[in-house]
Design a protein around this ligand. Sequence first.
Ligand code: NAP
Length: 293
Amino acid sequence: MQLLDGKFVSEKLKQEIALEAAEILERTGRKPHLVAILVGNDGGSETYVASKMRNCEKVGFNSTLIFYENTVTEAEVLNKIEAINVDPDIDGLIVQLPLPNHIDPEKITEKINYRKDVDGFHPINLGRMQRNLPSFIPATPYGITLMLQEYGIQTAGKHCVVIGRSNIVGSPMSILMAQNSSTGNCTVTLCHSKTPDIKKFTLDADILIVAIGKKNFITADMVKDGAVVIDVGMNREISATTKSGYKLYGDVDFENVAPKCSYITPVPGGVGLMTIVGLLKNTLASAKREIYK
Ligand code: NAP
């Protein structure tokens, strides 16, 4: 079994990103700039956004965090997005999900200028991705493909089973794995909560990607010997034994599944770190006008 080491790969890719950011600064006198909007005090979201901002600074980007209390109106957030959309100093804009119930995430996502949509959630980016056109690819699936590439994992002709069909992870992931590309060309099965007998599918998976949000859902008896297992799950539990006061668990029972795998991502230290790389690469591409002129 080999660990897909998100810490190692993300550090390496961030060094490459930092070199490019330095080159942009020298050539243009400005740094790539990411803005994040955070609404409310969801513990997980605060941690994830803080980490995104910290990583921007690490690679030489500017970053701005805009925080709103839970009581902010939808109109106020939409107005702020409109202003950012036309601000020439800003390359990328993300709105951290989940949002409070009175704010419609679809409205927010569609309001973001797709040319600055570095989370890749806007329907224009998703549609372009599906057609294999240049686009911002959702950061988590993007990070996973970078990880597969880095370890030289062969995907062509393999059976990839994706569990979870969310707009931000499972669904775009399934499209990328089926696409005619160097990290695609799989035969893909997409499972979700209405799939009966999931084990029948997981046992046949050469590559198993799990994104459902249920601690230790995938157990050893569900995994084929030699499978590649990618665990997207981030299940946060309060813990008295960690400095932060909580502990992260994946969707995969790592301890018992790992011995059966050829490769597996740990949680933490796997997909989460690669998601940040995906976001940074999209922001860099936006600053370089690589996707949209
Ligand atoms: P989501 O929007 O809640 O979607 C969960 C998906 O899992 C849904 O499609 C749901 O099916 C499916 N599902 C739920 N229970 C299931 C079951 N028992 N059997 C089969 N399918 C089941 O979640 P998400 O945003 O994709 O996130 C999934 C997990 O990944 C969460 O733990 C989240 O924190 C984590 N995450 C991690 C990163 C990272 O960077 N590592 C990034 C994003 C998300 P239905 O569609 O039928 O309801």
